[in-house]
Every structure is written in C-alpha cells, then in structure tokens.
Design a protein around this ligand. Structure first.
Ligand SMILES: *Cc1c(COP(=O)(O)O)cnc(C)c1O
Length: 378
C-alpha cells in the first residue's frame, strides 16, 4: 500500500528551527518573548496597514476573547454561520450566550446576507438584539463581506470574522481577517501555515488588541503583587510556537500558490465529469487560498454515485477525504438553538467532499486522487 495521502498536513519551510534555537539560546521558553512579538509584526505586515495582532494559543481562544471584548455575556444571543467547524460556535457557549445559526448562500457557501437580516429582524422582534455576528470564510473562500457588513452596520451589530481557514485569501484585494471589528486566525497543524497549535486575534482597533494581550495573560493589574480586577485567561502563544510561525511566514505566499495549483489540477482532472462541481470563486472579487478543495457530487447526474461512494473508494486506496462540515443547526449539541435558512448548508453537507489539499502533496499524489475519484464516477 502506498503511503497515506492526507487532507492537509503541516509543511515546514526550513527556517523554523532558527527561531526555535533563538528561543532556546536566550531562554525565552515562555508564553511571551521576541518570537511572539516578531510573529505578530509579520502577520500585521502581511494582512494590511493599520491592523494589530495578538498571538494566542489557538484560534478557538481568539474567537472566545473576541466575544469577551465585544461584551458578550450570559443570556445574550450571537449570530453564527451554521456551515462551519464547531469551534466557530463553541465560544458563544463558553460565555453562556446562545448561538443563533444562519444558513449559507450557494455562491460562496458562506453566511447568507439575506437570512442574516431575516434572523436579526426576527430576534429583535422577539425582544433581543444579537450582540455579534460570526461569518466564516469556509475552506478559504471569502464570504460576501460587502453585503454582510452592510447588514451588520445597518443594525449596528459588530462582526467577529472567523478567518481560521482563510489566511492568504482576499476579497476585493483586501485580506480576509481584516474586515470585522475583530477576526480570528488559526495556526493549527492542518491549516495553511501552522505553529503546531496556535491562533491570533486581529483588529484595526489597537485598544482591543492591547486588551486581548492583557486578558490572555491572566488580566494582571499593575501592582507588585498579583492583583486582578477582571477575569483573565491563559491564552498567550508560546515563544517556541511563535518561532515556528515566524519561519512559516517566509513561505506563506508559496503555500497559497501551491494550494491554488492543487485546486487547478483537480478542476482539470474532474470538472468535465457530469455531476461534479467545485466550490468556486464567484467573481474576480474573490481570491481563495483554497485551503481545502471541495467538490459537490450530484447523484442524480452520476448514475447514483454519491460522495460517500467516493469517500469509501478513496479510503480503500489509503486516501483521506472528508465530508464537508456538518452544519451546526444539525449538531445534537446545538439542537435547541434557533436557525434561519432554507436548507442550503444541509444540501452542501449531504453531497460535498473535501479532497486532499495540503501544499506538501506532490502532483503525482494529486493525480492518484483524481484517478480514484474518476474511476468511482465513470
Ligand atoms: C480550525 C478552525 C477553528 C479553530 O482553530 P483552532 O486553532 O484549532 O482552535 C475555528 N474555526 C474554523 C472555521 C476552523 O477551521
């Protein structure tokens, strides 16, 4: 059996150990230090002028702190894209608030501006204005940010962008992760670049980011003893992990390019097949890092072959594929939460499959995947 072809594995650039060695040589083996500061600066320079970054332990921690900074408390409601990974929604619960899930629209697979407005109006009518909205750029595809921001602004609801999958993606030439009042990035092992585990909070509002760094280091007041006037968190990124991040920043543009090449190879290999379609940039406004190339398989056009048939066939060839995220409104843990939509994300989940897309994969491996998918379908 050939070695397993994974969805998305870490892909080191080579310079990461230099920064880790610096940390050892200077004994900065703590959750702060020169690599943390350097990594934040690198991210700020990469994203956009005038944004500030706090490096944290995980993307989930970044989303949680984002909600804390927006003042989300027990009993509040927070709007959240339903079609996403559970980490987008869990932090709403950490705050004791209720997620209100919103369906996707079919162009980008991300939060529907139409149902977002429906949800806001209905929640207000029922007596509670939502405290924040969490759109996601799923699989790297930018959400319809103009429309989302215009709805959010109309009702004066702050936006916390979940950009965990979309570092390197742009909408109208502007980096994903710089549209919201706040945004979360992730550097988990499976993301486009990694620090093994890690995340960051991004904002154009420097006060938010200063406050995030304060809260992420146990909210210590200035005093010789340990004094606290607020509840703190232990969410700051380790200086070792940040060293990996600094090394990875050198290769981030290459990683985006490679994932886009992989996406193109899949399109060339599969798009002629009846019943197979791709998550696709809706117009030239959208530039996806194509973190995971994702297809939709329509069994009514494939003589009944389903995405599950393809997944099982790939599995027996030692190729890892995965159904699209199961929407949050279908998750047992969130079954009591309100949902606004028309079933778009249900259908995407039913028929969608993520293909191996790691930048570390070779063309030969991608062709192997294409061959297996094709053989199942033809
Ligand atoms: C990975 C991911 C997260 C969480 O990031 P971690 O760093 O793993 O905590 C949040 N949202 C989405 C959409 C993700 O894919």
């Amino acid at each position: 059996m050939p070695p397993r072809i994974h969805l998305s594995l870490p892909h080191m650039g080579g310079r990461e150990p230099e920064f880790i060695k610096d940390a050892f040589d200077s004994n900065w083996i703590v959750p702060l230090g020169p690599n943390v500061d350097g990594f934040e600066k690198d991210l700020e320079a990469f994203l956009r002028d005038g944004v500030y970054v706090a490096a944290l332990t995980t993307g989930t921690a970044a989303l949680h702190l984002g909600l804390v900074l927006l003042g989300v408390e027990a009993g509040d409601e927070v709007l959240c894209q339903s079609f996403t990974f559970s980490a987008s929604a869990n932090p709403i619960r950490y705050q004791g608030a209720t997620p209100v899930f919103v369906d996707s629209e079919p162009d980008t697979w991300n939060i529907s501006p139409y149902f977002l407005e429906e949800a806001i109006r209905d929640r207000i009518k029922k007596g509670k204005k939502p405290k924040a909205v969490i759109p996601v750029h799923l699989y790297g595809m930018p959400a319809k940010m103009d429309e989302i921001l215009s709805v959010a602004n109309r009702y004066e609801i702050p936006v916390l962008e979940d950009a965990a999958e979309s570092l390197g993606s742009t909408y109208k030439g502007i980096s994903c992760g710089t549209f919201g009042d706040l945004a979360a990035l992730s550097f988990n092992g499976n993301k486009i670049i990694t620090t093994s585990g890690g995340g960051a909070l991004v904002s154009g509002n420097e006060t938010f980011i200063r406050k995030a760094r304060f809260l992420a280091t146990q909210a210590r007041d200035t005093a010789p003893h340990y004094q606290h006037s607020e509840i703190g968190y232990n969410y700051r990124m380790s200086n070792i992990c940040a060293g990996i991040g600094r090394g990875q920043m050198f290769v981030l543009p290459d990683r985006v390019k490679r994932r886009r090449v992989i996406n193109r190879l899949y399109r060339e290999g599969l798009s002629a097949i009846e019943g197979v379609s791709f998550q696709t940039e809706f117009s030239s406004d959208y530039y996806s890092n194509y973190w995971l190339t994702s297809i939709i398989v329509d069994p009514s056009k494939t003589n009944g072959v389903t995405r599950e048939d393809i997944r099982l066939a790939c599995e027996s060839a030692n190729i890892e594929t995965r159904p699209l995220w199961k929407p949050m409104h279908l998750q047992p843990v969130f079954k009591e939460c309100p949902f606004y939509g028309d079933g778009t994300s249900d259908r995407l989940f039913e028929n969608g499959l993520c293909l191996p897309s790691g930048s570390i994969l070779t063309d030969v491996q991608i062709n192997e995947v294409i061959l297996n998918v094709k053989t199942t379908l033809l």
